[in-house]
Design a protein around this ligand. Sequence first.
Ligand code: MN
Ligand code: MN
Length: 460
Amino acid sequence: MSKMYVRKNGWENIKAETKKEIMDFCEGYKDYLNNGKTERLCCENTIKIARENGFKSLDQFETLKAGDKVYVENKGKGVMLAVIGTEPIANGINLVAAHMDAPRLDLKQNPLYEDTELALFKTHYYGGIKKYQWTAVPLEIHGVLINGKGEKVTVSIGADENDPVFCVTDLLPHLADNQMKKTGRELIDGENLNVLIGSICGDKEKDKVKGAVLDIIFDKYGIVEEDFISGEIEVVPAGKARDVGFDRSLIGAYAQDDRVCSYTALKGIMETEKPQKTAVCLLVDKEEIGSMGNTGMRSAFFQDTLAIMISMTCEYNDLLIRKALANSICLSADVGAAVDPNYKEVYEINNSPLLNYGVLITKYTGSRGKGGSNDASAELVGFVRNLFNQNDVNWQIGELGKVDAGGGGTVAQYVANLNVETIDCGVPVLSMHSPFEITSKLDVYMTYKAYKAFYNCERN
Ligand code: MN
Ligand code: MN
């Protein structure tokens, strides 16, 4: 008798204890989101959690042996965590790769100006945003500056409820006749994403409001105007992660793409002891702008760090890193686009992820005829599907919307180009790249279970 394949909603017939585990797990996830509003803060918090769970910086080791738990930070914006396996690293690693950066507004290097007696910051948006979503919402500011003495100054304002927040103003509907005729893409001009930061005038000769704001910034942080030039200051949505829905089944928060996979990948490796293959969790930066630069997935950081780890387990030669990559499997841990009931027309339901149906496996991404995609092999899809089935992980397969509806990519292609067997695998999201992205708690939990099963699996 042939058996039909039927997808299943994970909440159906769920055990009360599993439901409790799911809900409890997501409390930790919400804290992780709240404590890491930028890639730097997320990286810092990730390392803090790793250290609390017995991971040590690689430079504290002279050699590595099975069961050792190590991390290597990449310039404050990325981190690679590993639990050394019982087999040689050249036999391959089990890698989960996610990203910690998220769409946002970055301050320009000369940000501060005054117009009509209001003080504002000029910004340059980072990543793929719908610009209209960033107006008329409260915003926080986080980042670092290097001052004239070469010292690093940290800025963080807006997260505490006693802090002020900031915002980009928008035009009132009464005067928006021309604006509302524009296409969505043109609705808000990129140069109009200016952040309102003050309005009281001080005693300077000109630019009195700007001058007064500079005085406050100097008093609070010791920052002078020129210091902004060597700054990386990010403007992000204000507010904490929240439960969504009467049943509290969903989480609403900024930057779940891709901190949801960062957290689940981190939690999975925290619970990995002496696996057969070395387990590696790689959290990178710059995915949202093409994985460029020395903190992005295209950086040599990953390969070089893996080579260093190999050299600490045995006598090193260059073939060992090549063998390690060739024998490795990577779950490219990134979010996918869940079917939105308001916009069903862009999804093909049988091949699109549904909320609450579990961790999402995506064989290929790209656009048009799979352009620019890593297309995972049938062998790898089979391996992952069977692994998840054996470990009671709710999972589903899906792609990014309808054929020719648009497209996108992840770090998968850059890992795969290193000769690593790679497949996309992560959490379905609603309102992706908006200031308030939605995930299902069940999917978040199943993704953690999936990564944990993968780190710990035995394979040839
Ligand atoms: Mn992503
Ligand atoms: Mn993204």
